[in-house]
Ligand binder design. Sequence first.
Ligand code: GFB
Length: 316
Amino acid sequence: MHRNARIYIAGHRGLVGSALWRELQRLSFTNLIGRSHAELDLRDAGAVQKMYALEKPEYVVVAAARVGGILANDTRPAEFLYDNLQIQNNLIHGAAQAGVKKLLFLGSSCIYPRLAPQPLQEDSLLTGPLEPTNQWYAIAKIAGIKMCQAYRRQYGCDFICAMPTNMYGVNDNFDLNSSHVLPALIRKFHAAKTTGAPSVVCWGTGNPQREFLFADDLARACVFLLEHYSQEQFINIGYGSDVRIRELAEIVQRVINFQGEIVWDTTKPDGTPRKLMDSSRLFSLGWRPQVDLETGIRLAYADFLKRFAGNGVSTS
Ligand code: GFB
């Protein structure tokens, strides 16, 4: 990509999109295009078409989605299905109409069957039933993959897809009802420490295993794929190893230095037992993550403190 390429990042204020925006700026890309949710409702096909006509992006990254943790996915199925289908249909179809040179669609590790062999290989797609707590989101993301593949086959569009594992980092969502596990734990342990609470309640049994990738690493992978990957087959983006949620809670406890105990609320769902990506295809192309889990958690906690603690916003 030339440094003055016009690159539209859909979702540039989110966890992944903002990391990609920073990375492209760091690499001296000068023509970055973004729209906040207030400026552009991506579910509105006409509005998306107008944006494409006005901005004429050469590259598009679909980092915009209705996202959330296990509870939000489980309790707001209509939003997770409808919003995501609308957003990605408008962005992908609109990009084809606008003659976009290359588009990168980001999916999720939850596209794989709940009990697919671990680590999850790309060819496990559609080989078994999905995890019920996030099947709505997964179906939308699978449809997004198929959209890109169909537009490549029928219209020759260079639309590629990548499936990131569970993400965390700077600019995350710390709302306890809709967040993923890592920001939730950071907020809960911080609140317990500052109020002197004796314990922190975490969800489920603590046994599920999850792989976590720092958003800045994903941003580097996105740039790598935009520059070096043009295949119909989607590609996994993971860290390479996973931890039990119990271990994750202990790392957060240590980073935040909370002295109390951890209590498990088993009335809350565990979700998929394990979701470790096989990222060997991407690794063999030469990309590697740079930020280990504990370092990333320290960076995410620093971001939480900067954004929320000490400015009057309740962190409990
Ligand atoms: O990150 P998370 O919400 O989503 O939860 P998934 C991961 C694990 O952490 C689950 C446990 O086993 C939760 O029960 N957990 C423990 C907690 N304490 C907490 C807590 O306070 N908050 C939260 N949120 N979890 C999501 C999908 O699944 O993964 C999305 O729902 C998406 O669709 C995303 O694919 C990457 O990893 O289970």
